[in-house]
Design a protein around this ligand. Structure first.
Ligand SMILES: [Zn+2]
Length: 145
């Protein structure tokens, strides 16, 4: 499994998101269940990432969490030959991409099965889930083949 590429999982120095954060908890809860949801503004319909209490388009304060298409297109990617954090040292080299989601927003994430140093611009990817602790599932990407 490519999930094993993220061998820093469980390491005490791995920086994990605050999955209980009130503004983002629905995202992390859905990720834990391997479902992809994003905030949609109840006033104007804008779909946003990252989670926020206020819509960046209309400043509306009401939002819903909707299931979203899990595909996207890579805008750009970087191969890390040195670990950003000590917990990632066993994963080097690894690839991180900026992905324009089919749902609209752009999201940064690990591409778990990308060949190192390959130009990934315009490559189609899909969301994948990285269960890193019993409580935390990260969202990354996998190449569409
Ligand atoms: Zn809005």
């Amino acid at each position: 499994m490519t999930q094993s590429r993220m061998t820093g999982a469980g390491s005490p120095d791995l920086l994990l998101p605050d999955v209980a954060s009130p503004v983002a908890a629905p995202f992390w809860s859905a990720a834990r269940a391997h479902r992809f949801v994003l905030q949609r503004c109840a006033a104007c319909g804008h779909v946003r990432w990252t989670p926020s209490p206020i819509c960046p388009e209309c400043l509306g304060e009401e939002a819903e969490w909707d299931g979203q298409p899990s595909g996207g297109t890579v805008w750009g990617a970087a191969t890390y030959h040195r670990a950003l954090y000590p917990a990632f040292e066993r994963d080097v080299p690894y690839v991180v991409a900026l992905v324009e989601l089919d749902a609209g927003p752009k999201m940064i994430g690990r591409v778990v099965d990308a060949p190192v140093a390959e130009d990934l611009a315009d490559t189609r990817v899909s969301v994948t889930y990285l269960d890193v602790t019993p409580e935390v599932t990260l969202v990354g990407f996998r190449l569409d083949r």
